[in-house]
Structure formats: structure tokens, C-alpha cells
Design a protein around this ligand. Structure first.
Ligand SMILES: Nc1nc2c(c(=O)[nH]1)N[C@H]1C(S)=C(S)[C@@H](COP(=O)(O)OP(=O)(O)OC[C@H]3O[C@@H](n4cnc5c(=O)[nH]c(N)nc54)[C@H](O)[C@@H]3O)O[C@H]1N2
Ligand SMILES: Nc1nc2c(c(=O)[nH]1)N[C@H]1C(S)=C(S)[C@@H](COP(=O)(O)OP(=O)(O)OC[C@H]3O[C@@H](n4cnc5c(=O)[nH]c(N)nc54)[C@H](O)[C@@H]3O)O[C@H]1N2
Ligand code: SF4
Ligand SMILES: [Mo]
Length: 745
């Protein structure tokens, strides 16, 4: 453990400088970049990257650089509020925290008595800071089993981590970018991957989960070559050794084709396969169904490119794979994830320097202990537990699609209250958002916590609780929630804005009112210390803050030393003790134990009739530099860069449709339509279009029917609900069909 040169807070040139690690709000995933916040007269005046931070090393993106604009934005809501008009009228009255808590406590108790605790659903979004506290809030404060991430098929990270836990018996295997070592790339024994496959991910923009995107560029400078699998020519694809421009939604065929080449040409790691993999012969048999010629036809990737990529990856060790959201956002994503794990495994790249590394004990598990405080008979009622055991076994939350069904039908039981945190439900995560909108409006009582008024809150909430940004509270950030053993950093409060509170303060304060026996801690710092820091790392919050960050102890090849299993035996924590190329778990659930390709539910091949009317393939939601999902639409500096919702179209396709660069166009299919601005680019396949997600317009009226223009550009109006994979995972957000035409209005 090192100590940084500067203390966590100091005075400089009339400013109070506070060093901190970033998380949310405003949104980001937990990489925990290092910042220096400059505060004067109670205002955050400027922000600098912290050059001492071992991962970000002084670099920051625009979302952190514009933090002062976010913190002091006039549209921020900084006091608790109660709705006074009708829902959707956006009429509110300021109240005190005590009054807000009294109303909430009374209402929760009333609903529990009348309908049972399961009638309350907590809605959460992507892994922002509240991710540590979501389970405890639902289960050990509110007392409901229903904690719901309302993204159809839980199509984000969940499928990847679930499949990993079944196939590998471990948490998400991340690219070894030396983030776990204080001396980073100079660590003895570390080496850069020779090839890095970037598959359905754009990490420079997304810095996803626990991966610091810019480390790809660092590693390229150290010699790493890229293979990029993406229907769009990203910055990284343009610099790749091999770019596989795949038809959206067909990746599982591509991975099976690559396995075919590697296995048939005997380019795999025979020793590793022999010792640590289960079901190789069956996989070998299966991949015979996917010869490169056939795969080329399915995927639109030329056969030669596929073969070249497979050979380069398999014959260059170490190599690793960055696999992203495109894995999850399709009903066939479980099989894609299985195939990618098989690719890492048979080439012997698991948990080795420069390969894909496996984490140690996740920090989040300490918090998870609190989730178990839910009585068993209540837990049994979690929506979807019966229908999707594979889903529930890995993600003990309520199933998103079945939760909407329950809200609409009252079956298996009525849903009466929603607690919305870290999600803009109708603007961003949901397929068929119009149905979610109607369902939320039927609720008897809705509480929301956020930093600004959103379309969802204006439409449906009764109480608004104002949230502090990461500059305004103490906390911790753990890279990938501690799922890979990398780094834990201190979040330090630099200022107070209005009466805003953090997710963890709200959790503790409400916990003390509703279940005081479970919430004995005096403040958030001690709670975090007792629940996470001491058990996982043996340090106090003050010690962490003095050091700035600590590295979590990490070692390679844990399967050799018995560190992946509680019984201390070598191997993996699966039924067979090996990496299951043939999954005994899937077999148990009646799913095919081997990866297989299935056409997207709507495509020129699976629905040729519909495809005549909607001939273009639609992928959505590739990340933007400046926006985190539906956030940041109100930040002027960022809107100068991302002014309008953008749909990317190939110039030849646009010419056939009479569309010019900058035209407003409708994107439409059998489920709905929305309007975005055309950007012509040769970097997309002529048969494919890409549309942005998460758009709403804070400059438009907050009240109904506009709701900040949330229905205008909302691409999820074209994505159906309940169109998910067999085990409950994955929906077609990245593989729909559509037509595009010029908007005349
Ligand atoms: N700036 C910013 N960063 C973010 C977020 C944000 O909103 N903004 N969101 C965060 C969240 S929650 C997540 S889950 C991550 C996601 O981050 P990533 O995993 O990087 O995912 P995306 O940016 O959605 O898509 C990555 C790439 O997949 C390509 N793609 C589209 N369809 C397909 C397909 O069918 N197959 C393949 N192989 N590729 C396809 C897209 O063209 C895109 O370049 O980002 C996180 N980071
Ligand atoms: N078509 C399409 N749709 C998609 C995607 C796609 O690629 N294509 N991506 C999907 C993915 S991967 C995801 S994860 C979802 C994301 O969906 P959500 O997570 O629901 O994202 P947002 O709509 O940005 O809602 C987040 C809200 O939480 C607030 N917030 C920010 N930080 C915090 C915090 O720390 N605590 C709390 N309590 N609130 C906070 C923000 O101000 C914002 O209003 O969207 C999904 N939607
Ligand atoms: S990745 Fe960018 S937005 Fe996220 S914490 Fe780091 S600098 Fe901030
Ligand atoms: Mo996500």
C-alpha cells in the first residue's frame, strides 16, 4: 500500500482542494478516476485530473471536466419536494426531509399492511454508486423482494456475469490492463496482450464497468494489436489489424466460426484444454456446424477476415478479449457469452498476465449479507424466481419483463408502489417505454431520487428526494464493484449543495426509521467501514482517505493454487471443477448445453415479410463521449458537442432514400417510430443503421403531454417488450429492423 504525496485536502491559491475518486452522480461506471476539486466560497470552481492516480493518471473526460456546471446547474433540484398538482403537471412544493421521510414511512407501512411488502418495487439503473446499496435498500429497508432493473432481458452485464458464473464459476473476467498493480505496466511479470479483441464494445467512450478505456491506447503503444468486431467503424476499429464488420445480432455465429478454425486447425492450447476444460469434444462436434463459409453468409464478415482473426488470436499469447454490451443486447447473447468464454479458455488466456483476469472476493458481497435479512417466504415471491431459475440464481432481483406484466395485470399479485432511483425509466432502459409509462402512472405512490427533474419523475412521482453528486458526499468506489481485484478509492466530500443527500445517507436514515435493528451505524463512514472496508481490506475509512486508494491483493492462475474454490482444491467453482465448454448448468435448465446460433427475432431471415417493409437492420445505443445514458442533456458545454439525437446511415443508402446529411428523419417499424437527425457515414454497413438512445430535452416543457419531449426521439419505442432469451436474459436492443424516411414536418 502506497501513500500519495499530497494529503486528501489542502489549501492552494485561496482554494480548498479536495482529492477524490469519481463515481456518480453524474453517471459513470466504477473505474474511479482521480480528481482534484477546487472549492471557493462554497462553490466548486474547477476540476483537474489527479496525475498521481494509478489508473487515470491525470486524464479526465468531458463529463468530469464539466462537473462544476452540473453541480451548480439552475435546473438542479436541491430540496425535497412533494407533488401538489396531478401527476404529469409538474407542480411541486418544497418540504423538509423529516416531512418527506414521514410521508414515505407511513405510505410504505400502509401498502405493506394492505398488500404485502412485495407490492413495492424498487427501480434501479446501471451500476452507479447506488449499486452497492440497491439490494440492502430493497431488502433490508423497504422489505420488498422486488428490486428491478427495468431493462428488458436485463440486457446489460447481467447475462455476461451470469454465464461466466455458470461456465467459469467466477465473476466477470476482465482484460488484464495492469490496473491491479501500483506500478502498472512496469509491474514485473505483467505483459501487454499481443492481440486484444474488442468485441461489441467501444471502451474509449464507455470506460465500461471496471475497464479504463484509455488503457487500450496505452497498451497499443506497448505493442498490442487490435481485432475489432463491430458493425461500425469506431476509432479503435480504424486502427485495428483486423476489423470484422459483423451484421448486428449475428456475433454468436461469428464466435462459433472462429472456434471452428481454431479447433480444426489445432491452434488451441492442448495442455490447458486437457487439464482445465470440460466438454471439448462436444464443442468440437458442435462447431463443425459453423464452417467459415456458412458463417460469412450469416454475419456478412468475409471468410478470409474471420480466418485471419481466429489464427492471429490463437497463435499469439497472451491475448485477451474486451467483450461488451453487444453481447447482452440480443436474445442469443447467452450463447455468445458462452462462445467468447470458450475462446478465452481454449487458447489458454484465462487468469494469465496479459489475458483475461478473474477477480478475488467481491467487495459487494459484504453488502449482500444485508440482503439476506429478507424473510425466506418474502424472498420466494420475487417476480420471475419461478419462471427463470437461471436468471434468479445469478441475479437475485425481480425479472424486468415479468415486473411490467405484474404492474399491468396485477398478477401474480398487485404492484402498488415504486421507488425510483438511478433510473430514468421511460427515457432510457425500457423496451416499449409507453407501456412502462402507463404502468407507473397507475401506481398508488411513487418516490424518486435524482439530481434534476426527469420525464419519468414529472410523469409519475409523488415525492422527489434531491441527490448529492460525488463531489458532495463521502463514500468509496471499487473498480467493477470489487468484482475484479483491482482498486478501491475514497470519495471525499468537497461541498454541500442545498439539502442534497447521497444514496447511502438516505439508505441509512430510512433504515433507522423502518428497520432500526439492522442499521446501528452512526454515520455512512462507519457503515461503509464495518460492512465493506474492514472485512474485505482490513482498513478504516480514514485510512483509505489518507492513502487515496488501495490496491486489492491479486495473483495470477488462481485455478492452480485452489484460490477459486472455497474447498481450496485446484480448479474452477463449477460442478465439474473445470471450465464448462459444455455447460452442465444449462443442461439442467433445459437449455442447449453448447453454444448455438439463433437468428435475431426480427431479421431478413426470421421475418422476411416484415423485412420487406422494414429492410434496414437497426442497432442502437452505442455510447457517446459526453452523455451517460439519459444524463447530461442539460449541460450546455456537452450539448454543444451532442446537440441532437443522431442516426447513422451509409451514404449510398441515404441517397436511395433521398436523405441528406443533417436531415431530420423518422425511424420506424411495426412497434413504433421516433425522429432523429441523419448523419451520413461510410463507417457503417449499407444495410445497417445505428440510432442513439436515452434522448429527452430538458429545454422542452416538463409537463404532459411533452414530458421534456421524451416521446420524440425515443428509439426504444421500436424495441418490443418480452422478446427475450430462453433463460430470461437478453433482448434485441442491438438487432431490430426498421425503415428510415425523411421527416416532412
Ligand atoms: N460515455 C458513456 N459511457 C458509458 C455509458 C454511457 O451511456 N455513456 N453507459 C455505461 C453502460 S451502462 C454500459 S452497459 C457500457 C456499455 O459500453 P460498451 O460495452 O462499450 O457498449 P456500446 O457503446 O453500447 O456498444 C459498443 C459497440 O458495439 C457496437 N455494436 C452494435 N451492435 C453490435 C452487434 O450486434 N455486434 C457487435 N459485435 N457490436 C455491435 C456498436 O457499434 C458500438 O461501437 O457503457 C458504460 N459507459
Ligand atoms: N436502445 C437502447 N436502450 C438502452 C441501451 C442501449 O444500448 N440501447 N443501453 C441500456 C443500458 S446498458 C442501460 S445500463 C440502461 C441505463 O438506464 P438507466 O440506468 O435507467 O439510465 P438513465 O436513464 O440515465 O437514468 C439514470 C438516472 O439516475 C440519476 N443518477 C445518476 N447517478 C446516480 C446515482 O449515483 N444515484 C442515483 N440514485 N441516481 C443517479 C440520473 O440523473 C438519471 O436521471 O439503458 C439501457 N437502454
Ligand atoms: S471515465 Fe470519465 S466521466 Fe468517468 S470518472 Fe473517469 S473521467 Fe469521469
Ligand atoms: Mo449498461
Amino acid at each position: 500500500m502506497q501513500t500519495t504525496a499530497k494529503p486528501w485536502t489542502y489549501e492552494k491559491d485561496g482554494y480548498t482542494v479536495v482529492r477524490t475518486c469519481a463515481w456518480s452522480p453524474p453517471g459513470c461506471h466504477p473505474v474511479g478516476c482521480g480528481l482534484r476539486l477546487y472549492v471557493k466560497d462554497g462553490r466548486l470552481v474547477k476540476v483537474e485530473g489527479d496525475p498521481e492516480h494509478p489508473i487515470s493518471q491525470g486524464r479526465l473526460c468531458i463529463r468530469c471536466l464539466t462537473l462544476p456546471e452540473y453541480v451548480h446547474h439552475p435546473q438542479r433540484i436541491i430540496y425535497p419536494m412533494k407533488r401538489v398538482g396531478e401527476r404529469g403537471e409538474n407542480k411541486w412544493k418544497r418540504i423538509s426531509w423529516d416531512e418527506a421521510y414521514d410521508i414515505i414511512v407511513d405510505k410504505i407501512q400502509e401498502i405493506k399492511e394492505k398488500y404485502g411488502p412485495e407490492a413495492i418495487v424498487q427501480f434501479t439503473g446501471t451500476g452507479r454508486q447506488t449499486a452497492f446499496y440497491d439490494g440492502p435498500m430493497a431488502h433490508a429497508v423497504i422489505g420488498t423482494p422486488n428490486n428491478c432493473y427495468a431493462h428488458s432481458g436485463f440486457s446489460c452485464l447481467g447475462p455476461r456475469t451470469a454465464v461466466t458464473s455458470y461456465v467459469l464459476g467466477a465473476r466477470y473476467p476482465e482484460v488484464d490492463y495492469a490496473g491491479q498493480f501500483p506500478e502498472r505496466y512496469n509491474h514485473p511479470g505483467w505483459q501487454p496482450p499481443k492481440y486484444l479483441i474488442i468485441w461489441g464494445r467501444d471502451p474509449l467512450k464507455s470506460n465500461p464497468d471496471g475497464f479504463y478505456g484509455h488503457s487500450v491506447v496505452d497498451m497499443m503503444k506497448l505493442g498490442t494489436k487490435l481485432i475489432v468486431v463491430d458493425p461500425r467503424l469506431t476509432w479503435l476499429a480504424s486502427r485495428a489489424d483486423v476489423w470484422l464488420q459483423v451484421r448486428p445480432g449475428t456475433d454468436t455465429a461469428l464466435v462459433l466460426g472462429m472456434l471452428n478454425v481454431i479447433i480444426n486447425e489445432e491452434l488451441y492450447d492442448k495442455e490447458f484444454v486437457e487439464k482445465w476444460c470440460y466438454g471439448f469434444d462436444k464443442l468440437k462436434e458442435r462447431v463443425q456446424e459453423y464452417p467459415p463459409e456458412k458463417v460469412a453468409e450469416i454475419t456478412l464478415v468475409p471468410k478470409e477476415r474471420l480466418i485471419e482473426a481466429a489464427r492471429k488470436f490463437a497463435t499469439s499469447k497472451p491475448s485477451s478479449i474486451q467483450w461488451g454490451l453487444a453481447t447482452d443486447q440480443k436474445p442469443n447473447g447467452v450463447q455468445m457469452a458462452h462462445g467468447i468464454l470458450a475462446l478465452m479458455a481454449i487458447t489458454g488466456n484465462i487468469d494469465v498476465p496479459g489475458g483475461n483476469i478473474i477477480g478475488s472476493i467481491p467487495l459487494i458481497l459484504a453488502m449482500a449479507a444485508l440482503e439476506e435479512k429478507l424473510p425466506e417466504e418474502v424472498r420466494q415471491k420475487t417476480i420471475g424466481k419461478e419462471e427463470y431459475p437461471a436468471f434468479f440464481g445469478a441475479l437475485p432481483v425481480s425479472h424486468p419483463d415479468l415486473t411490467l406484466d405484474a404492474m399491468e395485470t396485477g398478477k401474480p399479485y398487485p404492484i402498488k408502489m415504486a421507488w425510483i432511483k438511478s433510473s430514468n425509466v421511460i427515457a432510457c432502459p425500457t423496451a416499449a417505454p409507453d407501456r412502462w409509462y402507463r404502468a407507473l402512472k397507475q401506481m398508488e405512490f411513487v418516490v424518486a431520487t435524482d439530481t434534476v427533474m426527469t420525464p419519468t419523475i414529472s410523469a409519475a412521482a409523488d415525492i422527489f428526494l434531491p441527490l448529492s453528486t460525488f463531489a458532495e458526499h463521502d463514500g468509496i468506489v471499487a473498480v467493477l464493484f470489487g468484482e475484479v481485484g483491482i482498486l478501491v478509492g475514497a470519495i471525499n466530500k468537497a461541498l454541500q449543495v442545498g439539502e442534497c443527500k447521497s444514496d447511502s445517507e438516505i439508505l441509512l436514515e430510512l433504515g433507522k426509521k423502518l428497520k432500526p435493528e439492522l442499521w446501528p451505524w452512526l454515520n455512512v463512514q462507519t457503515m461503509i467501514e464495518e460492512l465493506m472496508l474492514k472485512p474485505a481490506l482490513g482498513i478504516t475509512f480514514e485510512e483509505l482517505r489518507e492513502k487515496g486508494w488501495v490496491h486489492v491483493p491479486y495473483e495470477y492462475r488462481k485455478y492452480e493454487t485452489g484460490k477459486l474454490r472455497p474447498d481450496g482444491e485446484p480448479g474452477f467453482l463449477t460442478l465439474t471443477g473445470k471450465i464448462e465448454l459444455y455447460s452442465t448448468a444449462f443442461e439442467g435448465w433445459g437449455e442447449d448445453p453448447l453454444p448455438y446460433y439463433a437468428e435475431p427475432p426480427y431479421s431478413p431471415y426470421s421475418t422476411p415479410e416484415l423485412a420487406r417493409e422494414y429492410p434496414l437492420i437497426l442497432t442502437t445505443g452505442a455510447r457517446m463521449w459526453g452523455m451517460f445514458h439519459s444524463e447530461h442533456r442539460h449541460i450546455r458545454t456537452i450539448r454543444e458537442i451532442h446537440s441532437d439525437p443522431i442516426v447513422e446511415i451509409h451514404p449510398e443508402t441515404a441517397a436511395q432514400l433521398g436523405i441528406n446529411d443533417g436531415d431530420w428523419v423518422y425511424i420506424e417499424n411495426m412497434f413504433g417510430r421516433c425522429k432523429q437527425k441523419a448523419k451520413l457515414t461510410a463507417g457503417i454497413h449499407p444495410k445497417v443503421v445505428h440510432a442513439q438512445h436515452g434522448w429527452w430535452f430538458p429545454e422542452k416543457p416538463a409537463e404532459e403531454p411533452s414530458l421534456f419531449g421524451v416521446w420524440e426521439a425515443n428509439i426504444n419505442l421500436l424495441v418490443p417488450h418480452e422478446c427475450i432469451g430462453k433463460l430470461g436474459f437478453g433482448a434485441p436492443f442491438k438487432c431490430m429492423i426498421c425503415k428510415v424516411y425523411k421527416a416532412q414536418d
